[in-house]
Design a protein around this ligand. Structure first.
Ligand SMILES: Nc1ncnc2c1ncn2[C@@H]1O[C@H](COP(=O)(O)OP(=O)(O)O)[C@@H](O)[C@H]1O
Ligand SMILES: [Mg+2]
Length: 309
């Protein structure tokens, strides 16, 4: 699919984690950045498409195409690809909202630049998320196809959970980027189908805008990586140079480092390629990002470090 559109899949197997909320609100946020945005709602319920249709219009193109998941075979995959292909031809950004089921072919993820997986930070849900990712590690670690960037998005995070070290306890079987958490709030619930999280003038609004910026950063990160891959394509094969998120991974947040306090990132030996900067698979250096307002800047500081190496 030759297109420069930025393709985002928001998915997880669990309901109620905030997929539709993130999809609709991310679409509105991206639209605010002066980009043409299409949001495709692949779910039967139509939550995210309803949100964008019922709340004041922000100029997002909204589509609702429930996938025929019960038909099995390749039908859901082919239909999803068809709708995606049409949308990318006329948008800068395409966001897809999909509740994942086992009847969906994992190959679909290769059609996206970013796979956003919202998750609460309860231990049980993180374990479920890890299980979901384990099933699809071959996508994110693929050397044959260009893998999407996996962005784990803590959602509906309550204030008292900010100090938990739940990410330290759960080991994730794949490499990923950790997005700034989106806070749980009454204001977010009140915005349901009537307004947008990007406009909230409270902590939740702040957290959401930081999340939106993080997603935006992934786009820049991949652009840089692609340019570098192109310039060194005669030397390298495979896609390991793409930012598949090789920094916060496999329990890299050590015991006493809480989700929102200190994060450890590690670099790979190949310092000629800044995008390969962080990997737990071949750790050489450990870098601690200071805990100064990590809550909102964690992602950006990682990106900055990556680009500045
Ligand atoms: N940040 C938040 N704070 C409070 N409630 C939220 C937040 N994000 C989502 N919700 C609520 O959680 C419920 C499930 O969200 P939804 O986006 O529909 O999840 P999913 O699409 O994963 O099923 C909705 O009632 C929604 O209003
Ligand atoms: Mg939903």
């Amino acid at each position: 699919m030759m297109s420069s559109a930025f393709k985002i899949l928001v998915t997880s197997q669990k309901g109620g984690v905030g997929k539709s909320t993130l999809s609709a609100n991310l679409a509105a946020f991206m639209r605010d950045q002066n980009m043409s945005v299409t949001m495709i709602d692949f779910d039967l319920h139509g939550s995210s498409s309803n949100w964008l249709s019922r709340a004041p219009s922000v100029g997002v193109v909204v589509q609702h195409h429930p996938l025929p998941l019960s038909m099995g075979g390749n039908r859901p995959l082919l239909e999803a690809r068809l709708h995606l292909r049409r949308a990318v031809s006329c948008s800068d950004v395409v966001i897809c909202d999909l509740t994942w089921t086992d009847s969906m072919a994992g190959e679909l993820m290769f059609d996206f630049d970013v796979v956003v997986v919202p998750t609460s930070v309860s231990e049980m849900e993180l374990a479920t998320t890890a299980g979901f990712l384990a099933k699809h590690h071959w996508v994110f670690d693929s050397k044959l196809h260009k893998p999407p960037t996996l962005l784990l998005a803590p959602t509906r995070v309550r204030p008292e959970q900010m100090a938990l070290n739940s990410f330290s306890k759960q080991r994730f079987p794949v490499s990923f980027l950790l997005a700034p958490p989106v806070l749980e709030s009454q204001s977010a619930r009140d915005s349901f189908e009537v307004g947008y999280l990007k406009d909230l003038q409270d902590a939740c609004g702040n957290s959401f805008r930081e999340f939106g910026k993080a997603v935006h950063s992934v786009r820049e990160l991949r652009r840089v990586a692609s340019a570098q891959a192109f310039s060194s394509s005669n030397k390298k094969t495979g896609f390991s140079h793409l930012p598949t998120g090789r920094f916060v991974t496999n329990g890299s947040l050590s015991e006493r480092q809480s989700l929102l306090s200190r994060h450890r990132i590690q670099r790979v030996p190949d310092l000629t390629d800044p995008i390969l900067a962080c990997s737990l698979h071949e750790p050489r250096h450990a870098q601690i990002i200071s805990d100064k307002s990590v809550k909102t800047t964690l992602f950006q500081s990682i990106v900055k470090r990556l680009v500045n190496f």
